[in-house]
Design a protein around this ligand. Structure first.
Ligand SMILES: [Fe+2]
Length: 383
């Protein structure tokens, strides 16, 4: 696990290689965090939950860093407001790296000695937490560069993350019956996946492939964003209030759609996989097709039979606890459970997800209006 730790920490820092010092600090949206803050926060996680409680005579790096880098853990104490993460001109980027390396040295000391299963469990959560932030770093940087008036490029070749659909044009048929849902076995899983339980599923079909950009262009050209009958009430209010007429990163130039990628503005590839749409858009598109989104249970049952992992797929399931859901005692009990309100489940994984981070039972979740992740659509239909 120590090796996994070292490679994960290095991978995070590798993401920063294309950045200038100025790129580390701005916060361009409430839901997107600056790179500097995320470098500090992922480090704070290991310091708070492992070094302080388990490493004898550990001296914290800085007495104010817990205030700066605590995200949402009420058990740990007061913290900087979420919308103020971009005001951290200090500590300097250099000092945040020093903090990282100080914590790395002490983690190596702690896990170079005898460990307990409790410590190992927290260590695994800490590494998975940093992997989750790696995905957020990519998507937060994408939003930051997009908001720049010159649409700055993060990295040459960054557009390769957009990907292509396979055009299987096939449907997978699943028979009705009782299915088991949730994680089982030895491997790591978050608490929200545990509590394997039975679910009754009716006959349905699910697409073997993602919705493509061409598919979504047809929706737009058919007046998809102007037809109230296609939208959930909240979704219709969202597009009215925000004057939404296209996916987040798209722009019409003459007759052509272009999109912002990590490699800068590029022509929208019709065969590319649709991305960066929110739940409302996904739901309206499915309705326009005379179909629907799968539930998270349908997705989990069918996912053995299709390729996934290039887009987080919106499901039509609210993010709720499984039967028997239990949270851990203390601060780590705040990791997932307290967010089971007003959010939708996404399944799969994306091109920005850290390697081997996701699995068939993984439950991602976001509020329905968010579209800055690599989110897409897989259609389903009842029989
Ligand atoms: Fe976090």
């Amino acid at each position: 696990m120590l090796e996994h730790y070292v490679s994960t920490r290095k991978r995070t820092e590798d993401f920063c290689a294309p950045l200038s010092i100025e790129d580390y600090t701005p916060q361009v949206a409430l839901h997107a965090s600056p790179m500097k803050w995320q470098l500090g926060h992922t480090t704070w996680f290991f310091e708070t939950f492992l070094l302080k409680p388990y490493l004898k005579d550990y001296k914290e790096y800085h007495p104010k860093f817990s205030f700066l880098f605590n995200s949402y853990y009420n058990n740990v104490g007061d913290r900087l407001a979420r919308d103020s993460r971009g005001v951290l001109t200090r500590p300097s980027v250099e000092e945040v790296y020093q903090y990282r390396h100080y914590v790395d040295q002490h983690i190596e000391q702690l896990f170079g000695g005898n460990t307990t299963s409790e410590m190992n469990g927290i260590f695994e959560i800490g590494i998975n937490h940093e992997e989750q932030h790696q995905e957020l770093m990519i998507t937060d940087l994408k939003l930051m560069f997009f908001r720049h008036p010159l649409k700055t490029t993060y990295q040459e070749g960054g557009s390769k993350l957009e990907g292509k659909v396979n055009h299987f044009n096939e449907w997978i048929s699943i028979s009705e019956g009782v299915y088991e849902i949730g994680h089982q076995g030895e491997g790591f899983a978050y608490d929200n996946e545990l509590g394997r339980h039975k679910v009754y599923i009716h006959d349905f079909e699910i697409a073997k492939d993602y919705v493509s950009n061409d598919d979504f262009i047809a929706f737009i050209e058919d007046g998809g964003y102007e037809r109230f009958d296609l939208w959930l009430d909240e979704g219709w209010a969202w597009i009215q209030q925000n004057n939404i007429k296209k996916p987040l990163y798209w722009k019409k130039e003459g007759d052509e759609w272009v999109q912002f990628t990590l490699g800068g503005m590029q022509k929208v590839d019709g065969k590319g996989i649709l991305s960066h749409i929110n739940f409302y858009e996904a739901e309206a598109f499915a309705r326009w097709k005379g179909m629907r989104l799968p539930t998270e249970f349908e997705w989990e049952v069918a996912s053995q039979q299709f390729q996934w992992g290039e887009r987080w797929e919106w499901t039509n399931s609210a993010y709720l606890p499984y039967p028997g859901f239990k949270t851990a005692d203390g601060a780590l009990g705040e990791y997932n459970g307290k967010f089971m309100i007003n959010q939708m489940v996404l399944r799969g994984g994306s091109v920005a997800t850290s390697p081997h981070h996701s699995r068939h039972t993984y439950r991602n979740f976001f509020h329905p209006h968010y579209c800055w992740q690599y989110t897409g659509i897989r259609l389903a239909k009842s029989k």
